[in-house]
Design a protein around this ligand. Structure first.
Ligand SMILES: [Zn+2]
Length: 339
């Protein structure tokens, strides 16, 4: 496959940001490399410098499953290229594998200083294939460096946690447990982490686990609901994977049947108790709350709001993915619904 040009690579990068739920502003001009972004998260924002190349296959007879980015076009000091990290922000080095539709992501801190002649950075195919299935997969490169392969929908989680993720490379125990977490975030509990990971890396592993669980939950729920709001059908990448029993509740789980895809409007309305659904999946509006809004003169848009709702939530075709009755009953009772 012919390599993609920089504008196509940055389009893939920006699509991945949107897919993983991050908002951004592009600060650098078209065609500039590295590019500069302001990434906006729920917690604030940060500056991100992005280096990106194609991943190309093979090269070395001894390592037939190797992919690499060939580093070109960086500023040179004394005839040797250098990465320049973003001061006070984050820097990411990415390779895009068009064949497998995954990124490789490298730790810039392991590639500071003057690079060698014809520099390249590698990753192995099994990591790329594992990321295609699990979303994120580590590849230990030796000398405390760990690279990651990731699906576009996991880019946001990777960026938010990149320091913690790459820090796992300096501890064998942390890396071993991170591999398990990437395969199945539910398979490792916090006690395993406490028992097996030495103190300085424990927090990094716990953060990585949380990020992966969130990304994994969102990926499963949105896929199950065909990326459409269960209450109104809106897509437009305005969707959240909402927990039916809120994540803060001790009984809440990340199973798909405790999730529902909702647009931003209906997610907020559901969490606020303006509407809900019963075990027969019928949608109910909160008549008491609506009357209060009318009385307060805060009912603008109410007619449209009511009109755009389906009579029933649209549930996934796979029975096991549909909202569990016990969870629906539990949350409706907690929110005071009498249905
Ligand atoms: Zn909706």
């Amino acid at each position: 496959m012919p390599p993609l040009r920089k504008p196509a690579l940055f389009k893939l990068f920006e699509d991945a940001l949107r897919k993983s739920g991050l908002s951004f502003l592009r600060l650098s001009g078209a065609g500039e490399h590295p590019a500069s972004y302001q990434i906006i998260t729920g917690m604030g924002s940060y500056r991100l410098r992005v280096y990106i190349w194609n991943l190309t296959f093979g090269g070395r007879v001894t390592l037939p499953d190797e992919w690499r980015v060939q580093v070109t076009g960086l500023p040179e000091v004394g005839g040797r290229q250098r990465f320049v990290p973003e001061v006070g922000g984050k820097t990411v080095i990415l390779g895009w594998c068009e064949d497998l539709e995954v990124f490789a992501a490298y730790d810039v801190n392991k590639h500071l200083g003057p690079l060698g002649g014809s520099p390249s950075i590698q990753i192995r195919q099994p990591a790329l294939e594992a990321a295609r299935i699990n979303g994120l997969a580590p590849h230990f490169k030796g000398e405390e460096e760990v690279a990651f392969a990731l699906k576009p929908a996991y880019l946001g989680s990777y960026l938010d946690n990149m320091a913690d993720l790459h820090a796992c490379g300096s501890s064998e125990e942390a890396l071993a447990i991170l591999e398990e977490i990437c395969e199945d975030p539910e398979s490792v509990d916090d006690e395993d982490i406490e028992d097996q990971v030495p103190e300085p890396r424990r927090y990094a592993v716990v953060s990585a686990k949380k990020a992966l669980r969130d990304a994994n939950f969102k990926d499963r729920v949105l896929t199950a609901y065909s990326h459409a709001c269960a209450m109104c059908g809106v897509q437009l990448r305005l969707l959240d994977a909402a927990h039916i029993l809120p994540a803060a509740h001790p009984d809440s789980t990340d199973e798909t049947r405790n999730g529902i895809a909702l647009c931003a409007l209906h997610h907020r309305a559901y969490d606020r108790g303006l509407l809900t659904f019963d075990t027969g999946y019928r949608i109910h509006r909160n008549a008491v709350m609506e009357r209060e809004l009318v009385a307060a003169g805060l009912d603008g848009g109410l007619v449209d709001f009511q009109a755009r709702l389906f009579p029933m939530i649209q549930v996934p075709p796979t029975r096991a993915d549909r909202p569990a009755s016990a969870l629906i009953e539990q949350v409706n009772s907690m929110r005071g619904w009498e249905l």
